[in-house]
Each structure stands twice: as C-alpha cells, then as structure tokens.
Design a protein around this ligand. Structure first.
Ligand code: PAF
Length: 291
C-alpha cells in the first residue's frame, strides 16, 4: 500500500491507472477508521480493480463552533487498518495541499436537499462536503465512490452534485454498520462517556420504534415522527436536534408514507452530535377496499 500526500502525485497515479484500463473504487474518509469505513472498502474491492482511500479532516465542512480541532485523528492506526483491508493507495494530504493560500472555489448544491436536517443545523456543512468531494474526485479519478448510509443526506447531496455537474462517478451507498447494541458506528462515538454511550442508544431505539409503527400499518408521517420524538425525549441526557420522516430519495415532506421513506434523527448527547436513520420501502395497503 502506498501513502501519497501530494495532489500532483496522486493525480498522476490515478491517470496512469485509468490509461491502463483499471477501474478505481474510491473510499473518501476523514480517518479514525471503524468497521463502517472498512465495509466501504470491502464493497469497493469486490466491484473495482484498485481501491483508493482518502484520509483528510476537511476544515471546510466544520462550522466555527464545531469539533474540527478535536476531531479524532490516528493516521498510523488508520494506515494499518487500510493496509489489512487491501487498500492500494491512501491519499492523505495536508490542509495546505488541498487548500493552498488564495483558494476560493466552492461547490454548492442549493435547494430543498440541503435546506433541511443537517443542512439547517450545520450551515455551510454540505458546501464544504461537496467542495472537498469534487476536488477528491478530480485527484483520484474514480469510477465508483463509496459512502455510508448513516450520512443519508450527504449521499443524496453528492449524488445530486454528480447529476447536476455531469460528474462521471457512480455513487454507491453502503448499509449502516452498528455495534451489537444498535448504536451506529461513528468516529465521534469516541467522545461519549460511559453514561452518554448508554443514553445514545435512545437514537437507534427511537428510530426502530418508528419503523415498527410503520410495519404495523401506520402511514401518517406525523404520527411516526411523534413516536420517534417521544422515545428520544424520554431520555434525559438526549437533546433532540431534528426528527424527520420524509421521502427517502429527495427528502421532501410526505402526506402519506409510501415508497422510499427515510426516518432520520440527529441528537446531542453531552457535547457529541450523533445522527442515524432507517431507510424503508413502504407498500401502501389501503384499510378499506370498496368492491
Ligand atoms: O463522510 C465523511 O467522512 C466526509 O464527509 C467526507 C465524505 C470524507 C468528506 O470530507
């Protein structure tokens, strides 16, 4: 496995791979790797000739009051994990390499996809994500790029960017990886104290309660949202940021739950912000059929 810090060198490698007819699968990360990231690598390895991973804590996607300075970093450990998983190249640039002095170009998906949920709570976040992801695509030249379903809104925003800007990269969304007790894996879980870690379980529990309500036949999004909210507010250490029950493809509001549906929530437990979601395909069966 080769570790590359220079944009020029990584781009030269990527263009050479492309000339040789090799399909690059790309796994962009901010490091502090966990089994969720490694599942993206496994998918990329199964579908592509060469896997490139990036490790870059992108300052553009953090707000001024957010955790950029303390975001967990463990490059040597990450490199070991990436190597063991069969990654061929790790692109790990310094901040000045990605954003040299005078850098001033940004990519922004506007409109409903970025206006709600994390877009509302974290102004500028998705602009930072799309800017770095498009830059990384230019450097790594992938055929496919792999993202986790835990960041469901991020994956939809990146897909929209690729559609709108004709970026020839297939965006693959991979299932959420959870701990045995249901907590979705996140690099930020490391911030949680033992009691906060326990309280954080309200998040998957609340979404699961919402899913069960839908499975029992509830098609009113407001009732499902209220159920999720009730479980979350029952837990004293949990502060709710948002709960959304919406269209799973474009995040629009729904009158009735049918087709692709996303149950999504963000909470704060102490200083830690956590997000999670469940994606459902709802088949609407009317209660009374007039014959
Ligand atoms: O999901 C992440 O880790 C980041 O948002 C990404 C896609 C690597 C961009 O910095």
């Amino acid at each position: 496995m080769k570790v590359v810090a220079s944009v020029k060198e990584m781009q030269e490698i990527a263009l050479k791979l492309r000339r040789e007819g090799k399909n690059v699968g790309f796994v962009p990360t901010m490091g502090y790797l966990h089994a969720g990231h490694l599942s993206l690598v496994k998918n990329a390895r199964a579908e592509c000739d060469v896997v490139v991973m990036s490790i870059f804590v992108n300052p553009l996607q953090f707000g001024p009051q957010e955790d950029f300075a303390v975001y967990p970093r463990a490059l040597e450990r990450d490199l070991e994990l990436a190597r063991a998983e069969g990654v061929a190249y790790v692109f790990a640039p310094a901040e000045e390499e990605m954003y040299p002095e005078g850098y001033c170009t940004h990519v922004e998906v506007t409109g409903p996809l970025t206006e709600k949920m994390c877009g509302r709570s974290r102004p500028g976040h998705f602009r930072g994500v799309t800017t770095v992801v498009l830059k990384l695509f230019q450097v790594v030249q992938p055929v496919r790029a792999y993202f986790g379903q835990k960041d469901a809104q991020q994956a939809l925003v990146i897909k929209k960017m690729c559609r709108d800007l004709n970026v020839p990269v297939e965006i693959v969304t991979c299932p959420i990886v959870r701990e045995g007790d249901g907590l979705a894996l996140s690099s930020r879980n490391v911030y949680l104290s033992a009691s906060e870690r326990e309280a954080a379980l309200a998040l998957p529990r609340a979404l699961e309660a919402g899913r069960q309500l839908v499975a029992k036949g509830e098609h009113d999004p407001q009732k499902v949202r209220a159920k999720i909210l009730a479980v979350l507010t029952d837990s004293p250490l949990v502060e709710v940021d948002y709960v959304e029950v919406c269209d799973g493809q474009n995040l629009s509001d729904l009158d009735q739950l049918a087709g692709p549906v996303l149950l999504a929530a963000a909470v704060r437990v102490g200083k830690t912000r956590l997000i999670d979601n469940i994606y459902l395909e709802v088949h609407h069966v009317p209660n009374h059929v007039e014959i």
